[in-house]
Design a protein around this ligand. Structure first.
Ligand code: HEC
Ligand code: HEC
Length: 337
């Protein structure tokens, strides 16, 4: 027997202000818990009997909306899917009896290292290709896991009845972020949209076709994201492919310093500088396996067909010869202070 108690359905947010009311609800819930555990001993190994953490649900939904739905379309009725729905994913992950904590752990394992070995959804890689690596911290992934575990995200019903409400709910819960976290959120959002388009292009046209997509669309896309997100955002590199993406000044200094940190075995750190009342933030961009088909070693990683396109589009290309986990460049996010 499982009793689902949804904090928002109970209007818990109101009770939060009213301690007495809160206590009453908790007592009722405790009472229900006692009754249930006396009546049916078997339910004791079902840990889901507690009031849901509303804040965690909001955080989880926000992260999904900003970072995941670009590829994992919440509307399962769309015809051209580029990734499995979260309903499919949840079903595969919960096939065996899996607790919330175990689900969190599985999700953390996969997102930190999205490989064939870690993939649980049968046939997903064959159908969609491997998911690009996106960097999230464990707390963010836990909030996402919390939402997926407790809500029916990705089902037709959820999309019809909940999705719009969840979005409205977000605007009521403004996120409080430090300037660096704010910049990082912009980068992650842009990345998920770029990733979606790159993935779609590779899937339908192969690396050499996607390359043309990158050269035509990457700049336009980051520009349109900047407008949407009310900030300037771009990518630059010391070894740039597009001449417009050449790092100069303090950005170049930051890149060289970060390369040294990596060489000494350290962890690259983002950086904030203030110039003329503007906040300028730098975030490292690391390579992974997926990048090699266009930025790796010529011949060994980059196919001749792709190489010919690169030579044609970028006669002064310097963005090759990389291996995995190297600094490929940086994001620059510029906002008014
Ligand atoms: C750029 C597109 C893209 C974005 C953005 C994206 N994914 Fe994925 N994801 C994929 C693709 C493609 C697959 C299917 C291949 C696979 O399973 O690796 C996938 C599969 C998954 C799986 C199933 C893995 C398995 O066991 O096979 C999980 C879990 C997942 N994504 C979670 C997330 C979460 C959480 C986010 C947001 C933080 C996210 N994804 C953002 C493309 C994306
Ligand atoms: C399908 C080929 C392709 C793949 C795969 C690819 N890139 Fe690129 N990348 C390009 C092209 C083409 C450009 C130039 C885009 C432009 O003209 O603005 C570029 C530009 C960049 C830039 C901007 C600086 C520069 O050199 O102009 C960065 C940073 C970058 N890529 C990082 C990555 C990372 C990290 C990955 C893997 C996660 C990756 N790319 C995967 C083709 C690719």
């Amino acid at each position: 027997m499982v009793i689902k108690i949804n904090a928002r359905n109970l209007g818990m947010s109101k009770f939060n202000k009213n301690k007495k009311g809160m206590k009453k609800v908790l007592l009722i819930i405790l009472g229900m818990f006692l009754v249930v555990s006396c009546v049916d001993k078997k339910t004791q190994d079902k840990p889901e009997l507690k009031v849901k953490d509303t804040k965690k649900l909001v955080d989880g939904f926000r992260l999904l909306e900003n970072n995941c739905f670009s590829c994992h379309n919440p509307n399962i009725a769309v015809s051209s899917k580029i990734a499995p729905s979260f309903a499919e994913i949840k079903e595969a992950y919960l096939k065996e009896k899996v607790t919330q904590t175990q689900f969190e752990e599985k999700l953390i394992k996969f997102i930190n290292n999205p490989t064939k070995e870690n993939s649980i959804v049968k046939g997903a890689i064959g159908k969609y290709g491997v998911m690009p690596k996106l960097s999230y911290n464990d707390n963010q992934i836990k909030a996402i896991a919390y939402y997926i575990y407790n809500m029916n995200v990705g089902t037709a019903n959820w999309y019809k009845n909940e999705y719009q409400k969840e979005k409205e709910n977000l605007s009521k819960h403004k996120e409080v972020l430090s300037p660096m976290q704010e910049g990082k959120a912009l980068v992650m959002k842009t990345k998920s949209v770029l990733g979606k388009n790159l993935l779609g292009a590779i899937k339908s046209k192969g690396a050499e076709g996607a390359l043309v997509f990158c050269s035509e669309k990457a700049v336009v896309l980051t520009d349109s994201m900047s407008v949407k997100l009310n900030a300037k955002i771009k990518r630059v590199s010391d070894k740039n492919r597009n001449p417009n993406n050449k790092a100069t000044g303090s950005a170049l200094e930051y890149i060289l310093a970060t390369k040294q940190i990596l060489k000494d075995g350290g962890k690259p750190k983002p950086k904030l500088i203030t110039v003329d009342g503007k906040q300028i933030k730098y975030y490292p961009i690391m390579t992974n396996k997926m990048c090699m088909q266009c930025h790796g070693k010529p011949k060994a990683d980059i196919k001749p067909k792709t190489q010919r396109k690169i030579d044609l589009l970028y006669p002064n290309d310097k963005a090759f010869g990389y291996t995995e986990n190297e600094l490929r460049g940086i994001w620059i996010v510029e906002t008014d202070k």
